[in-house]
Write a protein that binds this ligand. Structure first.
Ligand code: ISE
Length: 343
C-alpha cells in the first residue's frame, strides 16, 4: 500500500488502447486501488490519461516507474516486444505485475520469467488472457466442469477481427499467431485442462492490404494430451465485425459460447443482433473482472491466474505453430515439465 493511503498504488506502462482501458477501469471500476503512475511513448497521451485517472504521476522512463517506492504493482500494456524485460524488472523489484498478452515475443524470454518466479519462490505475474473472465467463456467452462456434455472430444475456436492496425509490425503471419492466436491456444488449454501435443497450421492471405502475402487467415489443428482434437480459425481481416467463439463437443453433448450481450432485434421478417467492432467493447466485462481478480490476489495472497506458466505455454505452442506453417507439416510439441511452483 502506498504511504498514507489504504489503496494499492498501480503504475501503468503503456496507455494506448488497451492500457488506457486498464487505467480507466482501475480508476472507475476497481475498488481499493488508485492509478498512481503512468508512462507512454506519447507524452501527451500519458499526460491525458494521468489527468483522467486522478492526477497520476507521469514518468519518462518505465524502469524508474517500476522501481518507484510509491508504486505497489504494475500493469504492462506497452508494445509486445517490451513485455518480457519489463516483467523481469518487476520481478527484480518484487512488484506484482499484470502483463498483457503475449507475455513475450519469444518463448525463451517467457521461460526466463518462469525461472525468475521459481527463483523467487512465488507467483507474481498474471497474464492478460481475459477470456478466462468473460461470462460467456466461463459459462462454457462451468458446463464442462459440471460434466453435462460428457467427456470432451473436440475444441473449436474462432477468432475474427474486422481488420488490424495498418502498422507493418502487426500485419505479419507471426503477429497473427503470437499476438492473436495465443488467446485461442490458451482457451483450449484452459477449457480442456489438457496440453497441446501436436499442431498443424495452414494459412492464406485473403487481403493484399494485409501486407506481403502475410497469412491473415489461419487454421490451426490441435491434438491434445487427453485425446481431444481441436481446430482454431484466426481471421484478422474478417471485415464484418469482431467476433470470438469457443465450442467444446463432448460425448453426450456440446457447449458453445453464447453470443455477446447485444439485444436481438426482429424487424421486417429479419432477426439480427449487432456484433461488436472491437475487442475493447466485446470484452469490457472480462477486463474489469480480470483486474478485480488480480487486485484480490494482491490483497489476499491468492495465486494470480492465468500465470507465467500459461503465458509461457501459449508462446511455446505458438512457436510450434509457426514451425508447422513454415514446413507445411504437422508439428509435435515437445512436452514441457511444469515446475512445482505451477502445479
Ligand atoms: C488484441 O491484442 C487482443 O488481445 C484481442 O483480444 C485480439 O482479438 C486481437 O486479435 C489482438 O490483436
Amino acid at each position: 500500500m502506498s504511504a498514507g493511503t489504504n489503496q494499492i498504488a498501480i503504475g501503468v506502462v503503456g496507455v494506448g488502447g488497451m492500457g488506457r482501458r486498464h487505467a480507466e477501469n482501475l480508476h472507475t471500476r476497481v475498488k481499493g486501488v488508485r492509478v498512481a503512475a503512468v508512462i507512454d511513448a506519447d507524452p501527451m497521451r500519458a499526460e491525458e490519461v494521468a489527468a483522467a485517472c486522478g492526477s497520476a504521476r507521469v514518468f519518462q522512463d518505465a524502469h524508474t516507474l517500476v522501481k518507484d517506492s510509491n508504486v505497489d504493482a504494475v500493469v504492462v500494456s506497452s508494445p509486445d516486444d517490451t513485455h518480457a524485460e519489463l516483467v523481469l524488472e518487476c520481478l527484480r523489484y518484487e512488484k506484482p505485475v499484470l502483463c498483457e498478452k503475449p507475455l513475450a515475443v519469444h518463448a525463451a524470454e517467457a521461460r526466463k520469467i518462469v525461472e525468475a518466479e521459481v527463483e523467487l519462490g512465488r507467483k507474481m505475474v498474471q497474464v492478460g488472457f481475459m477470456r478466462r473472465y468473460d461470462p460467456q467463456h466461463l459459462s462454457v467452462k462451468n458446463s464442462i466442469l459440471d460434466g453435462v456434455i460428457g467427456r470432451p472430444v473436440l475444441f473449436k475456436g474462432s477468432h475474427r477481427n474486422p481488420t488490424v492496425l495498418p502498422a507493418a509490425t502487426t500485419n505479419t503471419t507471426e503477429f497473427v499467431i503470437l499476438n492473436s492466436a495465443v488467446h485461442d491456444l490458451d482457451s483450449a488449454r484452459w477449457l480442456l485442462e489438457q496440453e497441446i501435443e501436436e499442431v498443424y497450421v495452414r494459412g492464406v492471405n485473403t487481403d493484399p492490404a494485409f501486407g506481403n502475402d502475410a497469412c491473415d487467415l489461419q487454421l490451426i489443428q490441435l491434438t491434445l494430451s487427453g485425446g481431444c482434437l481441436g481446430t482454431i480459425e484466426v481471421y484478422l481481416t474478417a471485415g464484418y465485425g469482431y467476433e470470438v467463439g469457443a465450442e467444446v463437443v463432448g460425448e453426450q453433448g456440446t457447449v458453445h459460447t453464447a453470443s455477446a450481450g447485444n439485444a436481438i432485434l426482429r424487424l421486417d421478417l429479419t432477426r439480427f443482433q449487432q456484433i461488436e467492432s472491437h475487442w475493447l467493447d466485446r470484452f469490457q466485462t472480462a477486463y474489469v473482472a480480470e483486474m478485480e481478480r488480480w487486485i484480490r490476489s494482491l490483497v489476499n495472497g491468492q495465486h494470480p491466474s492465468p500465470d507465467a506458466w500459461d503465458g509461457y505455454m501459449s508462446l511455446f505452442v505458438a512457436e510450434n505453430c509457426m514451425d508447422s506453417l513454415r514446413s507445411g507439416l504437422p508439428q509435435r510439441v515437445e512436452k514441457q515439465e511444469r515446475p512445482l511452483l505451477y502445479q
